[in-house]
Design a binder for this molecule. Structure first.
Ligand code: CTP
Ligand code: MG
Length: 175
């Protein structure tokens, strides 16, 4: 999940500037996505997710282990592994963007909390993209136990990283 976990924090650190929706509003009078979704955040986030994934692929190829656990290879060859890593990192930010779209339609202002959706939108996006990109790899690796663990552990990790982000000043709200 690392290539899916890193894009959001890196988007928060490097985001800013031109917004993806260009300031446009829909007929409901509300922004399409809002000021919290920027091109710089999107590209920086995907870049760092890809970087982490490529380092994992490389370490996996060298048989590297952490506490006896092998690094995931993400696929039999670099091409297919890269596809998975790209799906995980871009899917994370697209999931986040998709939910911002819905938050705006619900009339929620940028940065307003939507519990569980804020913590799991990027997981869902990453999984949908990865399933579409590499269905066999997805079902082999994201077993029920692993998915259940991710769904339980991710909101906790998300809350912890966002509180840190808030105190170091890259997040406007601690969620
Ligand atoms: N960010 C960005 N571009 C993205 C995603 C995130 O620039 N594609 C940056 C923004 O600075 C944003 C911060 O990361 O404020 C935190 O992201 P998030 O919590 O997803 O955005 P919110 O500001 O809470 O907006 P929303 O209500 O739409 O979730
Ligand atoms: Mg938010």
């Amino acid at each position: 999940m690392l290539p899916a976990y890193l894009p959001n924090p890196f988007a928060a650190v490097f985001g800013g500037g031109k917004t993806i929706d260009g300031g446009r509003v829909l007929s409901d009078g509300r922004r399409i996505l809002g000021d919290g979704k920027t091109w710089k955040g999107l590209f920086a986030g995907i870049f760092f997710g890809l970087l982490a994934g490529c380092i994992q692929i490389w370490l996996s190829g060298r048989g590297f282990e952490v506490l006896g656990l092998e690094m995931p290879g993400f696929g039999p060859d670099f091409g297919s592994a890269f596809k998975v890593v790209f799906a995980l990192s871009s899917g994370a930010l697209f999931g986040d963007m998709f939910m911002s779209f819905f938050k705006r339609r619900l009339g929620l202002k940028r940065g307003s909390p939507l519990p569980l959706v804020d913590q799991l939108d990027f997981v869902l996006g990453a999984w949908v993209f990865t399933y579409l990109a590499a269905p066999a790899w997805f079902t082999d690796n994201f077993t029920f136990g692993i998915m259940a663990t991710v769904v339980v552990v991710t909101p906790l990790l998300h809350v912890i990283t966002n509180v840190i982000g808030y105190f170091i000043g890259v997040k406007k709200e601690p969620w």
